[in-house]
Design a protein around this ligand. Structure first.
Ligand SMILES: O=P(O)(O)OC[C@@H](O)[C@@H](O)c1c[nH]c2ccccc12
Length: 267
């Protein structure tokens, strides 16, 4: 594990222990959103009226510092939805990414497309919490978890009707793909050096088991790259910075999605 990742994981264990004493699992299970019917990201990624983009709301990151702390979560995610995102990714990590549980709850209030809880899951409590705040999908990061944890956490998620996106960065981590993993994401960003290389997605695509939906993550800034990734078998494209770094991420998304729809129509 890289230094920064080890630091985040240690911090996460502390945070979860604290939150767990304030809000017990039984309380989470009584939340209204806990019983809502979840939406399938797998289905939305291939819906003909959508773009395959999982559009992310991210205020800051360890690699970039502040990306955008001026915009509102409902303005941005509402536009992502309206202009054809297949899903939303909302950071709920506070210390490193400037997100919060409240951001996801707010996004849920106004959007009827799948929402990925973007966080570092190190404890089952966070999965129950994800359901209770209105998420549809959880992220599991192979680099932070053992093979056994991935299998166990993915099973817990499925028992709650949540889908599971497993993030990998190397071929070796494919060993952690479990039965209950629905989607495999290739993170193009190296969490040690923060360098981004979209070729990582092209290299790993043929090695991902055929029954898992493929998602390319990070460093995507170009509609033509999405077309190539589609040809390589990807159905999902997780994009944050390219929209968030603009003063109006909503308008940036509208333009990008329009270009993509146009390119797709002429294929
Ligand atoms: O902002 P980008 O380069 O478009 O990347 C989005 C997303 O892939 C990235 O935010 C991400 C991928 N895996 C993560 C794990 C935790 C936090 C964030 C991430």
């Amino acid at each position: 594990m890289s230094n920064i990742l080890a630091e985040i994981v240690a911090q996460k264990h502390k945070e979860v222990a604290e939150r767990q004493t304030n809000r017990l699992v039984q309380d989470l299970e009584r939340a209204t959103l806990f019983n809502r019917k979840t939406l399938s990201l797998k289905s939305f990624l291939v819906a003909p009226t959508r773009t395959g983009i999982i559009a992310e709301f991210k205020r800051k990151s360890p690699s970039k510092g502040i990306i955008n702390d001026m915009v509102k979560v409902q303005t941005v995610t509402g536009a992502y939805n309206r202009f054809g995102a297949s899903g939303l990714s909302v950071l709920t990590d506070g210390p490193y990414f400037g997100g919060s549980i409240d951001d996801l709850i707010q996004a849920r209030e106004i959007n009827n497309i799948p929402i990925l809880r973007k966080d570092f899951i190190v404890d089952e409590y966070q999965i129950i919490e994800a359901k209770a705040i209105g998420a549809d999908v959880i992220l599991l990061i192979a680099e932070c978890l053992t093979k056994e944890q991935v299998a166990q956490f993915a099973k817990t998620a499925h028992d709650l009707d949540l889908e599971v996106l497993l993030e990998i960065h190397s071929a070796e981590q494919l060993d952690k793909v479990a039965k209950d993993v629905d989607l495999v994401g290739v993170n193009n960003r190296d969490l040690t050096t923060f360098t981004v290389d979209v070729n990582r997605s092209f290299e790993l695509a043929p090695l991902i088991p055929a029954d898992k939906v493929k998602v390319a993550e990070s460093g995507i800034t170009d509609v033509n790259v999405i077309i190539s990734l589609k040809k390589a078998g990807f159905d999902g494209f997780l994009i944050g910075e390219h929209f968030m770094k603009q003063s109006s991420p909503d308008k940036a998304f509208e333009r990008f999605a329009g270009d993509l729809q146009h390119q797709l129509a002429s294929l």
